[in-house]
Design a protein around this ligand. Structure first.
Ligand code: GLC
Length: 749
């Protein structure tokens, strides 16, 4: 283009910009309050068609913009524990993209730290890396309640308890949004299984919704001002959650005052009129009416079909205006239209956060004086198990991450052992295809696995040789560290899904797969010092092997520095402080969602256990479990004393002392539960209402203080359809697990 024409083009650009009453300039400073007149002004300038481009996808992970008004697209990316592979505008991964990222420990590992400040650090890493990748929304945190241990996505979520989920999510959301990137709390609501997720109708009582399934969303809206929320695939009590008159319009937007954007899950919008009237603000991922390679975004429910409905007068345009206002507000408060500076990716600081979350989230559940491993002379340690060498980051579904690196358990152990110990390794078992691991509705998938995945072709037979080799080295070793548990899924899958810890799949049961149980039995026959380390988003059935091992560590999916943290705990460089965010019962059949409620149901799934989820059930029914909610061991001991309460207007102030009575410094998590003496309706025996993680040197004592608001004692009364405080005696219990609360006192309200 010659100089003259450049001049005219420039002149034309200046003219275009000049003639708009308001053209969006990226605001230099971070403006908290959003000028509503600017929003109104823009709205007035838009045609209906332009408004509709904003409320549905313009590519796989962007929603529409309006170039004429300098309004850019919004770009989004998974996932909850790391910025996902680059998709570009396509519906599959962009090959050879620059998308290496920090692979943080997954959600349930973060929750196991019970450390609110780590939630903030975690969110900061995620927000900064999303910004560096030019993403305006990160599609996390996943805050669905863990109702059954079989749900394939538990590894992405936080807890069975709404309060712990909420408290860990506040920091996460603040950390992400400090970077100017919108967090997107998901999946709203009662998406507690993967089986038939696109159509299943979750039948949930109002009380269970308000006491169990909604609180974490309410907290991130009201206490963390989350800028977006993702509607879920499933129905709730007969209506699709993504466009739900009661849940979205009445509760989320009216009662809670949510002023952000409700984004659908990918293809969770099922009806134009409902999406217009019942709260969907942006429709993403609808099954494209033509094909993935030739997307037809005009075919989306909130595109041409919506235009016809508005133009016919069936639905007023004001309905679309509300969506557009929310979208413009998100744009103005975020990096879409405000300059928050540059993000960072793959920095040492980010990797340090990944390490710290793993150090505090890995849980020591059993230790018969064998850990930490310390010995003067050179001992031989046999590391046995496929999971000792497996890498996990790239699988599990949409939460997959292209980790810059991932330290395996074996690498971590080898590194820390150096020449102080002789480390020998044997795989012991390898994943193979087993029909019993697939739900009947996944049989087609199972067959597909057989075809797709040559590595899975290894059968039980090949494992017999692996077992023999493993037993041979175990016989000669001083210690055996067995590393097993779950995997996300098999090679050959688009996401490496399978029927284990994976999106779109639920587990069939908690039985150890691939012959691991038999292997552990064989190892304990030839070596009395077996330490078991399990990876995975849930426990496994443990009654047959747990009594025979000297120690058990649950490592979840501990991220890119998981192997480093695990080794530091095994050898005593780090004192473990993780606590269970879920109950570990032995079998899925022990859980109320299976014993009383339905899982996974059929066309509908009835949450008949109501509010008695997790420890709320086991404690109330006095049922012993192998490891209870809130439990986790340390290498030192703590004692609790001096419980006192006082009133400050309507607040109850609770203080107590905690002492480190052991020889090693470390963290402890004080947990505060309440019990109501004579509730008007059945109420759980205990409910978690506060917690505090604190560091103590040996012989150090600290006084910890808790402030309980009135709300902490309320229950949701279905008849009155509101939260109520009942005059009654309430017991306050403090300890370091739901089944160890030595400090108790009763107050009258
Ligand atoms: C998936 C998931 C959701 C994810 C979205 C985009 O189906 O349910 O968590 O963010 O689609 O990948």
């Amino acid at each position: 283009m010659n100089k003259l024409s450049v001049f005219f083009v420039l002149l034309l650009c200046i003219t275009i910009i000049g003639c708009n009453r308001t053209s969006i300039e990226p605001q230099k400073k971070i403006s908290k309050e959003i000028s509503s007149e600017k929003i109104e002004d823009l709205l007035q300038q838009m045609t209906l068609k332009e408004k509709l481009t904003l409320i549905h996808a313009s590519s796989s992970f962007t929603s529409g913009g309006i170039p004429r008004l300098n309004i850019p697209e919004i770009s989004m990316s998974d996932g909850p524990h790391g910025v996902r592979y680059e998709h570009g505008r396509a519906w599959s991964r962009l090959e050879n993209a620059d998308d290496k990222a920090t692979y943080l420990p997954t959600g349930i590992t973060l929750a196991s730290t019970w450390n609110k400040s780590l939630g903030l650090q975690y969110g900061r890493v995620l927000g900064s890396e999303a910004k560096e990748r030019n993403k305006n929304i990160i599609l996390g945190p996943g805050i669905n309640i863990i109702r059954s241990p079989l749900n394939g996505r538990n590894f992405e979520y936080l807890s069975e308890d709404p309060y712990l989920t909420a408290q860990m999510a506040i920091g996460y959301v603040n950390g992400v949004q400090e970077n100017g990137v919108a967090a997107c709390a998901k999946h709203f609501v009662a998406n507690n299984q993967e089986t038939n997720r696109s159509n299943v109708d979750a039948l949930v009582s109002k009380r269970a919704l308000h006491e169990i399934y909604l609180p974490a969303f309410k907290t991130v809206v009201q206490d963390a001002n989350v800028w977006s929320i993702m509607g879920s695939y499933n129905k709730v009590n007969g209506q699709f959650a993504t466009h739900h008159e009661y849940l979205v319009n009445s509760i989320l937007k009216n009662d809670w005052g949510f002023d952000g954007v409700l984004i659908s899950d990918w293809a969770s919008v099922k009806d134009t009129k409902e999406a217009l009237l019942y709260g969907t603000d942006i429709e993403m991922g609808t099954e494209l009416v033509k094909s993935f390679n030739n997307p037809d975004y005009d075919g989306f429910y909130l595109a041409d079909p919506a235009e016809k409905m508005i133009e016919s007068g069936e639905v007023p345009e004001s309905v679309v205006d509300d969506k557009v206002r929310r979208i413009l507000k998100l744009m103005m408060r975020s990096t879409v239209l405000t300059d928050y500076g540059k993000g960072e990716r793959n920095t040492e600081e980010h990797q340090k956060t990944a390490l710290q979350v793993a150090q505090e989230g890995i849980i020591l559940l059993k230790n018969e004086q064998i850990l930490p491993i310390k010995s003067a002379e050179k001992k031989t340690i046999a590391v046995i198990g496929h999971n000792a060498i497996r890498k996990f980051a790239s699988r599990g579904g949409s939460s997959q991450v292209n980790a810059l690196y991932e330290v395996s358990a074996l690498e971590g152990i080898q590194k820390i052992a150096g020449d102080k110990y002789e480390i020998v390794f044997s795989e012991g078992y390898e994943p193979y295809f087993d029909e019993n691991n697939f739900r009947k509705d996944n049989v087609q998938t199972a067959a597909q696995t057989k075809v797709n995945d040559v590595k899975v072709a290894a059968s039980k037979k090949s494992n017999q040789k692996l077992v023999k080799d493993a037993v041979a080295i175990a016989k000669k070793a001083d210690y055996v560290i067995f590393v097993g548990g779950w995997i996300h899924g098999f090679e050959g899958y688009p996401w490496g899904e399978g029927t284990f810890d994976s999106e779109a799949r639920d587990k069939v049961n908690l039985k150890l797969t691939f012959g691991q149980e038999e292997l552990i039995q064989e190892l304990t026959k030839v070596n009395k010092n077996v330490i078991s380390v399990l990876y995975g988003g849930s426990q496994v059935e443990m009654n047959n092997w747990l009594p025979k091992v000297k120690a058990y560590i649950h490592a979840w999916y501990p991220g890119m520095e998981g192997g480093t943290a695990l080794a530091q705990i095994l050898f005593g460089e780090v004192n473990p402080s993780g606590k269970l965010p879920v109950t570990f019962a032995n079998s899925h059949n022990d859980y109320p969602s299976h014993k009383i409620g339905e899982f996974p149901g059929n066309a509908s799934v009835d949450y008949k256990e109501d509010i008695f989820v997790g420890y709320r059930y086991f404690a109330t029914e006095n049922i012993n479990v192998p490891f209870s909610f809130g439990f986790g061991l340390s290498y030192t001991n703590f004692t609790f004393s001096n419980l006192k309460t006082s009133k400050d207007k309507t607040d109850i102030i609770v203080t107590c002392d905690i002492t480190n009575s052991g020889k090693m410094a470390g963290y402890e998590v004080l947990q505060l539960y309440i019990n109501q003496k004579n509730p008007s309706v059945k109420r759980p025996k205990i409910e978690l209402k506060d917690f505090e993680k604190t560091w103590l040197e040996p012989n150090q004592t600290k006084t910890i203080s808790f402030t309980l608001k009135e709300d902490a004692f309320k229950l949701f009364n279905e008849d009155l359809n509101k939260w109520t405080l009942e005059n009654d005696d309430y017991t306050i219990l403090i300890g370091n697990s739901s089944t160890f609360t030595p400090l108790k006192t009763t107050i009258k309200l």
